[in-house]
Ligand binder design. Structure first.
Ligand code: SAM
Length: 243
């Protein structure tokens, strides 16, 4: 008997229950998983008719949430094999053995921290430590249950631990720009945490003369990669420009 094949008749129509307003206006530089930049802030604004405060009664008692979302800035096309950046962008693994953004149905899943709930005007959830692009459509929210879902001894294939961190320094001009801002401390933390992931393409590791820019909140953060005598890479913020 021929194996059943997926057809449009089996397709489900899903409606976003909310949208993300995030510290990440661009995809470039967004950490590859939640929790890598705890200083990243977002606001999940629920859309009518889901913006009824009754729908979040009791949610304040949970510290972390699962968000199911759509990679709305990823193409619909997918392929069975993908190149995880963690493997240097060369080796290929199965799409279902990865957290790639290029996948069937374009569904993402992220565990984020709940910092607050605002029900003054509809419903908005204050979140942190996320990995979501500004404007990301959210399909569902579920409270995280550590007793059921935390598996610290689980095997995690080619991604057995968090990626290595890269040292980050700020030049005097960048520090000066930060010192003028009300959100200086949280923005400095966000920049440090995002750059510690070394967001440059996997094939561009080590020191180089090129200046990169990553958009965070309302600034463009210009940085470069330097190497110390031992050849270890560190990133230096050379300029922070309001956009
Ligand atoms: N934690 C989620 C998961 O495992 O399904 C996402 C993992 S994915 C590797 C994280 C990357 O998704 C980020 O680095 C960012 O570049 C990308 N991303 C985030 N929001 C997106 C969106 N709305 N559309 C397309 N790509 C997005």
């Amino acid at each position: 008997m021929n194996p059943p094949s997926a057809s449009n008749a089996d397709a489900f129509a899903l409606t976003p229950i909310g949208r993300i307003e995030s510290d990440y206006p661009d995809k470039f530089g967004i950490p590859r998983q939640p929790g890598l930049a705890p200083a990243a802030r977002a606001r999940l604004v629920l859309l009518p008719p889901y913006d009824d405060p009754l729908s979040v009664r009791g949610l304040e008692a949970f510290s972390h949430l699962w968000l199911t979302f759509v990679f709305h800035h990823s193409p619909e096309r997918w392929s069975p094999l993908v190149r995880p950046p963690r493997l240097g962008g060369n080796a290929k693994v199965g799409v279902f053995a990865s957290r790639s953004t290029h996948r069937p149905n374009r569904l993402g899943l992220s565990l984020v921290e709940l910092k607050g709930i605002d029900t003054d005007n509809g419903v908005a959830l204050e979140l942190s430590g996320h990995d979501l692009l500004d404007g990301t459509p959210i399909l569902d929210i579920k409270p995280y249950l550590p007793w059921a879902e935390a598996q610290p001894d689980a095997r995690a294939g080619f991604a057995p631990a968090a990626p290595p961190q890269c040292p980050v320094a700020f030049c005097a001009a960048a520090e000066e720009t930060l010192s003028q801002r009300e959100d200086a401390a949280s923005l400095r933390a966000l920049i440090g945490q995002v750059l510690a992931q070394d967001p440059r393409p996997a094939y561009r590791k080590g020191a180089e003369s090129r200046i990169y820019g990553v958009r965070l909140r309302d600034v463009d953060v210009r940085f470069r990669a330097l190497a110390n005598a031992a050849g270890e890479t560190r990133l230096e913020v050379v300029e922070i420009v309001a956009v």
